[in-house]
Design a protein around this ligand. Sequence first.
Ligand SMILES: Nc1ncnc2c1ncn2[C@@H]1O[C@H](COP(=O)(O)OP(=O)(O)OP(=O)(O)O)[C@@H](O)[C@H]1O
Ligand SMILES: [Mg+2]
Length: 377
Amino acid sequence: MGRGVWVLGVRGRAVMIGSVHVARLKLRDFRNYARLDAGLAPGFHVLVGENAQGKTNVLEALYLLATLRSFRGVGGAQMVRHGAKGYFVGATIVASGEHEVRAYWSARERKITLDERPVRRLSEYLGVLRAVVFCTEDLALVKGPGRGRRRFMDLLLSQTEPGYLATLLRYTQAVRSRNAVLRQALPDEDVLAGFTAEMVEHGARLMESRAAILPVLAPLVAGSHAQVSGGRDEVEVTYQPAVRGDLAVELAKARGRERAMRMTVTGPHRDDLLLRLNGQPAASHGSEGQKRTLAIALKMAQARHLGAVHGVQPVLLIDDVMGELDARRRAGLMPLLHGVHRGGGQVFMTCTEENWPGDLGTELHRWRVEGGRCEPG
Ligand SMILES: Nc1ncnc2c1ncn2[C@@H]1O[C@H](COP(=O)(O)OP(=O)(O)OP(=O)(O)O)[C@@H](O)[C@H]1O
Ligand SMILES: [Mg+2]
């Protein structure tokens, strides 16, 4: 790895932050891009343009390269340029070596290759490029229901803890099977006991991992938050398990309610993260700007944790975030973003105008986005 710096990682170990960056991006018939061929340096890229020109579409393509999914939660068909048959997204990713990723999608054929070899399973591919998206919808992490915060925890743990995703999938399947049994008029107690045992085994491991990540995550959130807010607000993040104590015991206690409701009423699928600002629940007491700042701090903590665990900074994809913050908070966020790219990372940020104070220096790469064209400017 060419560029890199030493930082203090998990459990106080010094880790090398190496660099991974997207060196070339190629789009064909992707969203409003008929074609795009862009050479991309490491560092900080700003995509500037009016509304509806194609800024977010570029971030979507970059995210697709990291996860093979759209962060807008849509399928392939929506990403094909209107009137075209299929899209192509390709990239050269530079890590310790160079990798070529190609994704082609049409109604008839889907093809993903890594260094010319077909990728059959997502698990074979994940880790080639890691990305964290910051977007206006992140506000739901603070304002919305617990599901969003659970997904945040699950994503972070899936990205950093081997085996977590498999445990989560097994747990979810056990709850689903259990619910199917409970829906029956006369649930078979033996079958139910089997699924309960599975749910307890995997659920206990999820709870353990979630409880263990909080002492790592909470200081990262608080640190990022203090930098963006200028230390004006105090933030606390705590794990709020649905079940306190032993999962098997609590499930046994809940059998009466389960019979009445015909579903599994408790377990880690109801867990949450408690977010507090200055001692009060953030969702009900924070201002819009305070909630946005907290959402950004959560994402920044995710990025920092990923960087520390893997020794490689994830690519940051920042969509429209600057427009939502006041001048002081914008000024607070910029050094954080610069820190990431100085650590060898790559940052892509969209905006309709450059409305942040301070000198960005010569390292900034500016792109003008207009009508499905993205050109250096
Ligand atoms: N499949 C598609 N084919 C052609 N055009 C599309 C497709 N999907 C989206 N678009 C168009 O792409 C345009 C740009 O979308 P994008 O979300 O990238 O805009 P943006 O520059 O981020 O704008 P804003 O500042 O409003 O967020 C939109 O006008 C949208 O209608
Ligand atoms: Mg946009």
